[in-house]
Design a protein around this ligand. Structure first.
Ligand code: UDP
Ligand code: MG
Length: 312
């Protein structure tokens, strides 16, 4: 007999809590056949709607539905971590509340872990149906860039929907970093992982919490969490500019010694451009260093990832 924990981060999902439960319970027969108990951990990430009341209502109906409620919105990454910490299952799944991660895949994922010897089964959507084209375009570029920059493989279209065994979960929990980027962390811990694919399902009720700028920031955070390539790029730019400057100096000296310097007094516009350009590059590079420093600052502070207001 095993226990399956399901972690469901929820931010303003009052319309979806019961729908999710109903859809999830369609697997009940499979769970019974495999002697599998389950617990549902709804992590309320500071919702402003009635999500908490809905989960409490559900808990009265079925005591296997649990609640962790944050004191404010800490983000999905924190919600996942809180859920993993509370989970007691031998197998743990992370799923969205909006039914974009179909619970119908759970039996297949469970079978892959228990019978094929994998430690985790991850899902990726094969298309981006229903997404604005511009968003898909930038998403694709992001995956190209981050995979060039980082040694950890970060898969395009990967969802956070994943089933893991206990060993895998404990490995994730051992990474206590403040700036969490799950898509990278799941890959970083290693183990034997299988990808399964499904077609994108559009959110049925409620709205996505991701605006374009939120996604853009998330992309930058992801790159910084899993790569120091931008820092190396800053150093490289410095070296290139030194070399260019050196070549110019040599040219100027040679010209002065051979033909004199007829342009000595009229070169100020180009000089101004060069100064502006080079100081721009310098500020850009300082900015990169600053970004890493600010991340390090938050890590050093060791603030908790989340604060729990109530639990069920
Ligand atoms: N979510 C969360 N905290 C947040 C934003 C989102 O817990 O700050 C949850 C949300 O309730 C949902 C999941 O994370 O269950 C995915 O969010 P969403 O559907 O908005 O993202 P998308 O599917 O559009 O990428
Ligand atoms: Mg969604």
């Amino acid at each position: 007999m095993g226990v399956l924990s399901i972690i469901i981060p929820c931010y303003n999902e009052e319309e979806n809590v019961f729908d999710f439960y109903d859809e999830f319970m369609k697997n009940e027969k499979f769970f019974n056949e495999h002697d599998l108990e389950f617990e549902l951990i709804f992590v309320n990430d500071g919702s402003k709607d009635g999500t908490v009341d809905k989960v409490k209502e559900l808990n009265k109906k079925d005591s296997r539905a649990h609640l962790i409620s944050f004191s404010r919105n800490f983000g999905k990454e924190a919600a996942i971590y809180a859920g993993l910490q509370k989970s007691v299952g031998d197998y743990v799944a992370v799923m969205d509340c909006d039914l974009q991660d179909p619970p119908a895949l759970l039996p297949e994922m469970y079978t892959i872990i228990t019978e094929e010897g994998y430690d985790s089964v991850a899902t990726r959507r094969v298309d981006r149906k229903g997404e604005p084209p511009i968003r898909s375009f930038f998403a694709r570029q992001f995956y190209k860039i981050i995979n060039k920059m980082s040694k950890t493989e970060i898969v395009d279209g990967a969802r956070d929907y994943r089933l893991m065994n206990r060993q895998f979960v404990d490995a994730i929990l051992s990474l206590e970093e403040y700036n969490r980027f799950s898509k990278g962390i799941f890959g970083w811990v290693g183990f034997k992982n299988k990808w399964i694919e499904f077609e994108n399902i559009e959110r049925k009720k409620g709205e996505t919490k991701w605006s374009f700028w939120k996604l853009f920031k998330y992309a930058l955070d992801g790159i910084m969490a899993f790569s120091t390539a931008p820092l190396a790029m800053a150093s490289l730019l410095g070296v290139i500019f030194c070399l260019v400057a050196f070549v110019f100096i040599v040219i100027i000296i040679i010209r002065k010694l051979t033909i004199g310097d007829p342009y000595n007094t009229v070169g100020w516009t180009s000089t101004a451009c060069i100064i502006l350009f080079v100081s721009g590059v310098q500020l850009f590079c300082t900015g990169i260093v600053g970004q890493y420093l600010s991340k390090a600052y938050l890590e050093v502070k060791k603030r908790p990832l989340f604060i729990v207001k109530e639990e069920l």
